[in-house]
Each structure stands twice: as C-alpha cells, then as structure tokens.
Design a protein around this ligand. Structure first.
Ligand SMILES: [Zn+2]
Length: 88
C-alpha cells in the first residue's frame, strides 16, 4: 500500500512527536532516516496450524540511509489507517 501525500505528512507528524530525542541510528550513529513510501505488514507465525484470523500488524518503516538499519512503527497508532481497515 503506497502512502498518499496526506499519509506521508501524518507519518512525519507521528515521527516528530514520538521519535524526537535521539534520532541517531542505534547501529551506525548517523541521523539520516528515510521513510519507506509504502506500508508493510508483520504476520503472526502460524504455530499449531493456519491462522484463520490472519493476524497482522501494519507497519510504517523507516530506514537508516547509511547502514540500512530499519525501525518500524504500528501504522494504526501512527494514524495511517482507518480503524476499519484492519478490523479494529
Ligand atoms: Zn545506521
């Protein structure tokens, strides 16, 4: 799912609000983050059989432009998805 202009602005607002004190990469120490222009999802491991509810966590991903270390935020909590999109 590609982020709209409005969602990109919302993502920046979320990062400014919650990722503000030390934005240095935990791996290389640089401060050059790139917001991925699409959302991703983290799927629950189906231990013990299929997951009929298909439990997913939608993710906003940011990546260190220098070393590639990635950090993710729950896209719902970042306000990037409507509450009905992921069945909340
Ligand atoms: Zn880095």
């Amino acid at each position: 799912m590609a982020l709209t202009q409005k969602q990109q602005e919302q993502a920046m607002e979320h990062l400014d609000l919650h990722f503000k004190d030390n934005r240095r990469c935990y791996v290389c120490g640089k401060n050059q983050w790139v917001i991925h222009p699409q959302l991703y999802e983290l799927m629950k491991l189906p231990i013990g059989g299929a997951d009929p509810e298909r439990s997913l966590i939608p993710l906003l991903v940011i990546e260190c432009a220098d070393c590639g270390h990635t950090v993710s935020f729950n896209a719902k909590k970042a306000g990037l998805l409507s509450k009905t999109t992921f069945g909340e």
